[in-house]
Design a protein. Structure first.
Length: 238
């Protein structure tokens, strides 16, 4: 289901992988790696969970960010030094809402945040990808909201990344109007603030032009589930 048809809706964590032993003299199973991305309010997390439920091993950049920014982690202190001590609560936890309000409103702050967060997340994603490959995972999904932005930066700099081999990618799509409505309902923010969040990201239609596969998450969950099942089946073919 190349981009243009497909429908998603659940999100997988990096589940423990248990693989059956290979029969004697059987060629090693090949690993297929595909990037998964979207925009705020498109439902990427839902699609990620669906892929995980179908057996894909998902490496989730957002989950890694949360781990690195957990109470007491060095990155919390670094973010407090960069953006203000009031970002760190009395119990040592990070005030993510306050940090989000700062960076969504200021391009320089977003750049500074990226300089702190992205290298550490990239290293951990690369480590997990290497372990998943070594374990013989047949399908690895790299869940990364900044997949295309990162590829564009590397192309400009002439570099490569061990946490993203490039190649196939899946975009979870919803119209900007749907993105706004979902943020208002889910996060309790104003429509204007939702628009600011969307404007801080690469436009969803630009991402659509870059994707190998498209899952349209504008409709019912059942439609999304069907699209994910069909794409998972296609990606699982050796």
């Amino acid at each position: 289901m190349p981009r243009g048809n497909g429908d998603p809706s659940l999100r997988p964590r990096e589940a423990a992988l248990v693989l059956p032993p290979e029969p004697p003299n059987h060629a090693p199973r090949m690993t297929r790696i595909v990037g998964l991305t979207g925009g705020i309010g498109t439902g990427k997390s839902t699609v990620s969970r669906l892929f995980a439920a179908l057996g894909a091993l998902v490496i989730d950049a957002d989950a890694i960010v949360h781990e690195l920014q957990a109470t007491g982690m060095p990155m919390v202190r670094e973010l407090g030094d960069a953006f203000g001590a009031d970002l760190v609560r009395a119990d040592g936890s990070l005030d993510r809402a306050r940090l989000g309000a700062i960076v969504f409103a200021d391009a320089d702050a977003r750049r500074q945040l990226g300089e702190i967060v992205h290298p550490a997340v990239g290293r951990e994603m690369a480590n997990r990808l290497e372990r998943a490959r070594a374990a013989g995972a047949p399908l690895i999904v790299l869940d990364n909201p900044l997949l295309f932005e990162g590829r564009a930066r590397r192309a400009k700099a002439g570099g490569a990344a061990t946490n993203d081999p490039g190649g196939e990618s899946i975009l979870v799509y919803a119209s900007p109007e749907t993105q706004i409505a979902r943020q208002v309902a889910r996060d309790g923010v104003t429509a204007e603030f939702a628009r600011q969040r969307i404007a801080a990201q690469m436009p969803i239609d630009e991402k659509r032009a870059l994707a190998t596969w498209l899952i349209d998450n504008s409709g019912a969950l059942a439609d999304t589930e069907q699209q994910v099942r069909e794409l998972h089946a296609r990606l699982s073919v050796a």
